[in-house]
Design a protein around this ligand. Structure first.
Ligand SMILES: CC(C)(COP(=O)(O)OP(=O)(O)OC[C@H]1O[C@@H](n2cnc3c(N)ncnc32)[C@H](O)[C@@H]1OP(=O)(O)O)[C@@H](O)C(=O)NCCC(=O)NCCSC(=O)/C=C1/CC=CC=CO1
Length: 267
């Protein structure tokens, strides 16, 4: 059986590829465990300075929970009086999203096809979304009588505003890549045939960039969304001190003065 998730590191870039194209990259238990392991490896490995999350095939990025597997598990739960199936949120979805969002390095999602349910949530947990013009997004949760998970109730209102998020969550529908771009869900929209090359170019540029500064930017933006201006100014002071103490800051300033391109070390 093929691996449900592929993991590869080259030149500081970890590429994680959901690999169930025949099942629209739906998340069965094996895929969730493999994805959780892969994102943890990428986050923990200091040699990895950027992460690219993508999926195999041209039809789907990820359609969320594998509902064909899920129905069997639900029936089993009913028969045994258990609620084991829904522990997947705590065991799989939450760690995956937390790790992507809190990784001290940039995470780029290359959305190659439809992203639905938790698949949409994973794309939103990335720092930057490059989207094929043939892709689509669907919150899907209410369509299967579920509430939000995968952090989408936190990320979606922040990305597109609470009113628009309520519309997409209460009335799930597939929105086109173009609409996603106009809403700010997609940072870049590219022809489908150019997605992989463009996403790799962006992710590789980030992997060669000032990693300490990027990590601080992620932390700063997340902090600023939930704290007052005063608290955020304090946080910025702390984080700027950290970035300013990095070797890469000195390298950048020296390169500027020398009119050279900086070669960052990621520390
Ligand atoms: C909007 C769609 C994502 C895409 O629509 P479309 O391009 O028209 O494709 P379809 O014809 O509908 O689908 C093609 C085949 O793929 C199968 N498929 C699609 N989604 C899933 C899925 N999630 N699981 C299993 N299989 C799926 C579909 O049945 C077709 O197969 P056949 O060719 O054999 O017929 C649309 O497909 C859609 O709305 N999909 C459902 C999206 C969804 O509801 N996802 C789950 C949301 S919930 C979640 O992600 C997280 C949790 C967390 C915790 C616990 C429990 C559940 O969910």
């Amino acid at each position: 059986m093929a691996d449900t998730v592929l993991y590869e590191v080259s030149d500081g870039l970890a590429t994680i590829t959901l690999n169930r194209p025949e099942a629209m990259n739906a998340l069965n238990v094996a895929a969730k465990v493999a994805l959780r392991d892969a994102v943890r490896s990428a986050a923990d490995d200091t040699a990895v300075r950027a992460v690219l999350l993508t999926a195999a095939g041209d039809r789907a990025f990820c359609v969320g929970q594998d509902l064909k597997e899920h129905i069997g598990l639900l029936v089993q739960d009913r028969e045994t009086g258990s609620r084991q199936t829904m522990s997947t949120v705590r065991e799989h979805y939450n760690p995956i999203v937390r790790t992507l969002a809190e990784a001290a390095k940039p995470v780029v999602a290359a959305v190659n096809g439809v992203a639905a349910g938790a698949g949409f949530g994973f794309a939103l947990a990335a720092d930057y979304r490059i989207v094929a013009d043939t892709a689509a997004f669907n919150t899907s949760f209410a369509g299967v009588a579920l509430t939000a998970d995968s952090g989408i109730s936190w990320t979606l209102p922040r990305v597109i505003g609470p009113g628009r998020a309520a519309d997409l969550l209460l009335f799930p529908r597939s929105i086109s890549a173009q609409e996603a771009y106009e809403l700010g869900i997609a940072n870049r929209l590219v022809p489908a045939g150019e997605l992989r090359a463009e996403a790799e170019k962006v992710a590789r540029a980030l992997a060669e960039g000032p990693t300490v500064a990027y990590a601080a930017l992620k932390e700063s933006m997340a902090y600023g969304l939930t704290h007052s201006l005063e608290e955020t100014l304090e946080k910025e002071d702390e984080l700027q001190t950290r970035a300013g103490s990095s070797e890469d800051h000195a390298i950048a300033v020296q390169a500027f003065v020398n009119k050279e391109k900086p070669r960052y070390l990621g520390r």
